[in-house]
Design a protein around this ligand. Structure first.
Ligand SMILES: [Zn+2]
Ligand SMILES: [Zn+2]
Length: 80
């Protein structure tokens, strides 16, 4: 990876992995599925908060905030 590519990568707001905390979560071919290229764990975006049970409307899935419960702030990603 070139220096320019590294810079562009770090400037993008990437969602952080709930498993290792590194911003290496990448969408897979399957909708709502993500894979951390750092720790290689897989995650699924759920529509109901695992913590408080609140249902979320998932409009975008590009940043960490979009993948957090709007009520309690818990991650909407479930390890699979
Ligand atoms: Zn990870
Ligand atoms: Zn919640």
């Amino acid at each position: 990876m070139s220096e320019e590519e590294k810079k562009a990568e770090s400037e993008l707001r990437r969602p952080s992995c709930p498993g290792c905390g590194e911003p290496w979560l990448r969408p897979t071919q399957l909708p709502g599925r993500f894979r951390c290229v750092y720790c290689l764990r897989r995650f699924e975006l759920v529509s109901q908060c695992p913590n408080c049970g609140e249902h979320q409307t998932i409009a975008r899935m590009s940043t960490t905030e979009d993948m957090s419960c709007q009520l309690c702030g818990d991650s909407m990603l479930r390890a699979i």
